[in-house]
Write a protein that binds this ligand. Structure first.
Ligand code: CA
Ligand code: CA
Length: 302
């Protein structure tokens, strides 16, 4: 009995140490990240080519692998940030759906077994300005991806920015091209040497998050090595809206890439072929977006 108590105390202390490590490491600043300040807002050209979309053996919604050819386009190298979205709001006076409709879905970490399956709550105070339901400091969070954004909000931003949202094929193609090991669909989260390359849930979801990757919640954009095409956080950090319906005649649209809430014990949807769905007017704390441009509208400076 005494031995059992000792083991229990040791296990408890280990969990506390892991949790505290996550707390102290979750506030990196942009200077520590790979993406340089002067490259915020940059796009990278995705060359035309063919790839195999979908995957066998994971989740049924990913469908059968099929080879698809994709035309060239350019993609913003990082998720749209709060600072970028603030510029759009300042220029247009746009009010998001969460602001108009009384809040957005927020993650609440489970503390008891009864709560294990109820980690989403409507937070009436949660908007892109107040991602945790409290006023956000844009100086501190301005380079984090904007969240609590509906598909309609993302479309409005993209139109203002002279861009558009990617469709699912374009997104998956760009993410697949960026994998250092195309044969390993999970190579988006760790490099060949084991280096962490994405912000996901480290630990046992939804019970504890060790934040081995440095962040419990969203990370500033570009804090992990870029992909082979030079894009950051295609995998992890926040899910990204696409313009593709989730299924034929479905009112729900496809989101890609997984988020800081994707843990390998529960949701291996940080793979390029993985997909999830949301209604166009819905918003949550872990879904953002990035934009693309048709190559003909790209201004290339010599
Ligand atoms: Ca994380
Ligand atoms: Ca992402």
């Amino acid at each position: 009995m005494q031995r059992f108590k000792l083991l229990f105390v040791m296990a408890f202390l280990i969990v506390i140490v892991i949790a505290l490590r996550g707390f102290f490491f979750h506030e990196h600043n942009q200077a520590q990240c790979y993406l340089r300040k002067e490259n915020i807002g940059d796009f990278v050209i995705v060359p035309a080519g063919a790839f195999v979309k979908g995957a066998h053996g994971f989740y049924p919604e990913e469908g059968h692998p099929v080879k698809i050819r994709v035309d060239t386009f350019s993609i913003q190298i990082h998720e749209v940030t709060k600072n970028q979205f603030a510029q759009f709001v300042e220029a247009t006076g746009y009010i998001t759906e969460a602001e108009r409709n009384g809040g957005s879905a927020s993650f609440v970490q489970s503390t008891t077994p009864e709560q294990w399956m109820s980690w989403w709550k409507l937070n009436e105070q949660a908007t892109w300005r107040t991602p945790n339901g409290e006023p956000a400091d844009l100086n501190r969070l301005g380079n984090h991806p904007v969240v609590h954004i509906s598909l309609n909000d993302a479309r409005a931003y993209a139109k203002w920015a002279g861009a558009r949202l990617p469709n699912e094929i374009e997104w998956e193609y760009a993410a697949s091209l960026g994998l250092f090991d195309p044969d390993d669909p999970e190579s988006g989260i760790r490099g060949p040497d084991g280096e962490i390359r994405a912000n996901t849930w480290d630990g046992v979801f939804p019970l504890f998050n060790g934040a081995e990757d440095g962040f419990v919640g969203t990370a500033p954009v570009g804090c992990y090595r870029p992909s082979l095409i030079g894009a950051f956080d295609m995998i992890g950090n926040v899910w990204e809206w696409t313009e593709s319906p989730f299924a034929q005649s479905s009112p729900r649209f496809t989101i890609k890439g997984g988020s800081y809430l994707c843990g390998s014990n529960f949701c291996r949807r940080y793979r390029t072929s993985a997909r999830e769905s949301m209604e166009a007017h819905f918003s949550t704390a872990h879904v953002g977006f990035r934009v693309v441009k048709d190559i003909t509208s790209l201004t290339i400076t010599p």
